[in-house]
Ligand binder design. Sequence first.
Ligand SMILES: Cc1ncc(C[n+]2csc(CCOP(=O)(O)OP(=O)(O)O)c2C)c(N)n1
Length: 338
Amino acid sequence: VMAELFGKADGICGGRGGTMHLYDRSVGLFGTNGIVAAGIGHAAGIGMSARQQGRDDIGVAFFGDGAANHGGFYEALNFAAVQRAPAVFISENNLYATATPLKSVTLNPEIASKAASYGMPGVAVDGNDVFAVWLAMKEATERARAGKGPTLIEAKTYRTVGHHEGDPVIGTYRTQEELDAWIKRDPIDMFRRKLIEDYGIADAEALAAIEARIETVVEQALTFARNSPEPDPATVRLHVFADPINPPAALQPRAVGETRMQGWLEAVRDGLAEEMRANPAILYFGEGTGERGGSFAHTKNLWQEFGAERMVDTPISEQGFTAAAVGASATGARTVSD
Ligand SMILES: Cc1ncc(C[n+]2csc(CCOP(=O)(O)OP(=O)(O)O)c2C)c(N)n1
């Protein structure tokens, strides 16, 4: 990760991602996202894809209070809820979207309460209390895995630094008093006190040893990143297009039965049916694709044949279900987004 932040060749994305597009499939990280709220729908699709493939993985999205005012949030939560997607949505409410106070951009700053609009549980927790967050996450995860659908968790917290390097910590939108009050509630200090004083399950010496170990790991990561080579300019076009573009196999017609003349809508439907029979990982997301079979009958009878879990009749939420399709396709499903 450190090498990635340095833009180096040994970074997890070869230096191409940086903080905005960190991606590491090996640990289940399906991308941080430069577009606020875009990852929320991905998590819905990641959960649906896992369910379809019989895995007990769930989709989890982290986002800010600012993202909770974005259309992507509303569309994704509604779609995830009605699909009972195995997913958890976590809004880290640090009170400000860059410099915009949450209470100045919504008359309902209680983010957890918005879950009720979609018929899913919304849980507000002290985001600086490690145990409270852990417990809320545990319950939400179990609920998702039990097939009961998604949960929205609002972790109430604060950012004690600027939004970005060079952002003044106080001044235009925050006061010194507010900052000081939150620094006193530093989550790591609170956790340390709880472990030592309340639960008596750690002592200061043991925690100091952990901290020293972390310092060493970070130092090693820095050295690794500094010594890593710059990406080779010759690879600049790598990952820009699929390689090869239009693989020949996909263009070869598969001979199935006799040739017959039909309208293109029927041909679309039959082509879809043929592919869906051959590949159980194909999911179809679209409006009106349920029992009725599509506005133009281009999915007629597919819902009856493949069931509602594969022929997903979506709300009118193109942003929500297209994002879900991206998440599902990144995790083993092949998704048609209509
Ligand atoms: C769709 C979109 N609009 C605007 C931006 C610019 N932008 C980047 S971060 C940010 C604030 C995000 O605030 P919040 O969602 O509360 O997350 P936080 O940074 O506090 O974790 C904005 C407006 C963006 N990246 N994407």
